[in-house]
Ligand binder design. Structure first.
Ligand SMILES: Nc1ncnc2c1ncn2[C@@H]1O[C@H](COP(=O)(O)OP(=O)(O)O)[C@@H](O)[C@H]1O
Ligand SMILES: [Mg+2]
Length: 237
């Protein structure tokens, strides 16, 4: 079995008195695409924020590459290769596409940054066409591409994506899922959070279902896709 890249054990996260994540455990192995699905408010974003050092962990542990990273800051984690594409993209709206991509490499000081920008442009020709345009003037789909490109500039070992298809037109949703698949095929290990459970599970190797701060189901993505409980609750059947 391949190496465990990310392991979350008994994670609890609270906002003041509100328990948002109540003892969640999950793991992602090298080369996998794992989807975390669940309704709005289930605790998916909070889980990703805790993993990436943005939200403090109240209890439990998070291991990255076999070592506990609990309490480490977001910057250190990006430098180690744990990188998130946040919900709502979070691009720097008053910077150009190219400047946003350069920002994605903020933890690096090697000589291959320009080469990596060209690789992002190969993945997203649209970004190349618009490279001098301000990010804030682009469509939602283009900003999502930019957010993904910017994350790739950090050379992620594990890439966490929070609802990349949210709010996009059907054509853009197709494009974004294609790119998620491409990124995964290039060898990046992915943890994908999505409300579009059907699409997310179709792409994934394995999946987890989160409900009210707890992991309620887990398994091979195909098995979850055909599970009557998952179909009824998350696939609109
Ligand atoms: N900054 C916050 N302050 C207080 N409560 C929050 C905050 N962010 C999220 N929550 C609450 O935590 C729970 C989980 O939210 P979230 O992790 O965003 O869920 P999901 O991403 O699955 O939609 C929800 O009840 C939500 O209202
Ligand atoms: Mg969310």
């Amino acid at each position: 079995m391949s190496q465990t890249m990310l392991k979350v054990s008994g994670l609890r996260v609270a906002y003041g008195g509100i328990q948002a994540v109540k003892g969640a455990s999950l793991e992602v192995r090298q080369g996998e695409l794992v989807s975390l699905i669940g309704a709005n408010g289930a605790g998916k974003t909070t889980t990703l924020k805790a993993i990436t050092g943005i939200q403090p962990v109240a209890d439990g542990d998070i291991e990255f590459l076999g070592r506990s990273i609990k309490g480490q800051g977001a910057w250190d984690l990006v430098k180690q290769g744990l990188v998130m594409v946040p919900e709502g993209r979070g691009t720097f709206t008053r910077m150009t596409i190219t400047e946003n991509l350069q920002m994605g490499a903020f933890t690096r000081n090697d000589k291959e940054i320009e080469d990596d920008i060209e690789k992002v442009f190969t993945l997203f020709p649209r970004l190349k066409e618009r490279r001098h345009q301000l990010a804030g003037t682009m469509s939602g789909g283009e900003q999502q591409m930019l957010a993904m490109g910017r994350a790739l500039m950090a050379r992620p070992k594990v890439l966490l994506m929070d609802e990349p298809s949210m709010g996009l037109s059907p054509i853009m949703v197709d494009k974004i899922f294609e790119v998620v698949e491409d990124i995964h095929k290039q060898g990046v290990t992915v943890l994908l959070v999505e409300q579009n459970a059907s699409r997310a599970l179709q792409l994934a190797d394995r999946g987890y279902v989160m409900d009210s701060g707890e992991i309620t189901m887990e398994g091979e993505a195909k098995a979850l896709l055909s599970d009557p409980k998952v179909r009824a609750a998350y696939l609109g059947e």
